[in-house]
Design a protein around this ligand. Structure first.
Ligand code: PLP
Length: 338
């Protein structure tokens, strides 16, 4: 038995999701007449109270499109130094938007309004890049699935409004945050100019992300999606999975969180563990004892059928998801015992 906890992206569609795909009514999304894509886009936009949405192949694409439309050459993006947009998108901020980043040191990836305010460049100083946008991540992957306090997000919005900065949310795992805090997605729609959500993470879809925003911004993003080669044809088959996931697979994220906490308490009793990060959602990050290298640990676990990710020299990440079963949980305990 292989237990795959490398990421919540490894899930396969359920039977019911596959059935939804088979029944999908499709068209050509480059002509913007695929009815199932339109339905998904309208559904997601409405959930967050935003005007419009764009269905894309990945969260990297939706984040990069947002940055591309908010920035112009010589702009600067303010974000935490652990941000996905900065660390894991291939330098896309430079490549796609000809812009730089000012990275801040947050609390497990969460920055404050005061930090943002201090990071804004004087726009009259020609030496400096032009501060143009702030990008937040919720939940924060590299912070161990940490959740933002919505009040702080509102404070950051205030600073952005005063300084004419755009505010983007990398919400690859926003539903993991929402099921824990019971904040409304509508309140998120009110403060962010653009929101990226992933369907292919905890929601269990094989492929897909959405960028949400105003009609005007999404029209611009649609143009750049085409330029990036992201125009897809009968994408409705994949959009059908997204509709199914939004209807049926949000509440169950709580089960992933419960499992993650169980794994965390198991880990904290192991000799090979120095310290487990606080667990708020479905991500477990821990530090290995005795300066053991994450790559060695990952290789040893992999030989025993447990797949996980190195997340720093001595850090390891486990992510719980839809396809992680009770039987696998027992098997995992057995691997640790040995
Ligand atoms: C996974 C992820 C993304 C997008 O990744 P893709 O693999 O391109 O879909 C963006 N932000 C965060 C925080 C992520 O975890």
């Amino acid at each position: 038995m292989i237990i795959d906890l490398r990421s919540d992206t490894v899930t396969k569609p359920t039977g019911a999701m596959l059935e939804a795909m088979l029944k999908a009514d499709v068209g050509d999304n480059v002509f913007n007449d695929d009815p199932t894509v339109l339905q998904l886009e309208q559904k997601a936009a409405a959930m967050f109270g935003m005007e419009s949405a764009l269905f894309c192949v990945s969260g990297t694409m939706t984040n990069q499109l947002a940055i591309r439309i908010h920035c112009s050459p010589g702009s600067e993006v303010i974000c935490d130094k652990l941000s996905h947009v900065y660390l894991y998108e291939g330098g896309g901020i430079a490549l796609n938007a000809f812009s730089s980043t000012k990275t801040l040191e947050g609390d497990r990836g969460r920055i404050t309004a005061a930090q943002v305010e201090e990071a804004i460049n004087n726009k009259n100083d020609i030496h400096l890049p032009v501060s143009r946008m702030v990008s937040l991540e919720n939940t924060m992957n590299k912070g161990g699935g940490s959740i933002y306090n919505f009040k702080e997000i509102e404070n950051i919005k205030e600073v952005c409004t005063q300084n004419k900065l755009k505010l983007h949310l990398d919400g690859a795992r926003i539903f993991n945050a929402l099921v824990e805090t019971n904040d409304s997605p509508l309140s998120y729609g009110k403060v962010f100019d653009t929101i990226s959500i992933c369907l292919s993470k905890g929601l269990g879809c094989p492929v897909g992300s959405l960028l949400l925003g105003s009609e005007e911004l999404i029209t611009q993003a649609r143009r750049f999606r085409k330029v990036m080669g992201g125009g897809w044809r009968q994408a409705g088959f994949l959009a059908a999975c997204g509709i199914y996931a939004l209807d049926h697979q949000i509440e169950r994220l709580k089960e992933d969180h419960k499992r993650a906490k169980e794994i965390g308490s198991l880990l904290s009793k192991q000799e090979f563990v120095a310290n487990v990060y606080p667990i708020e959602t479905n991500i477990v990050i821990f530090e290995l004892a005795n300066k053991m290298h994450a790559s060695d640990f990952v290789a040893q676990m992999s030989a025993r059928g447990l797949l996980c990710s190195g997340f720093g020299k001595h850090l390891v990440r486990f992510v719980t998801h839809l396809d992680f079963t009770d039987v696998q949980m027992e098997a995992l305990e057995e691997v640790f015992r040995k």
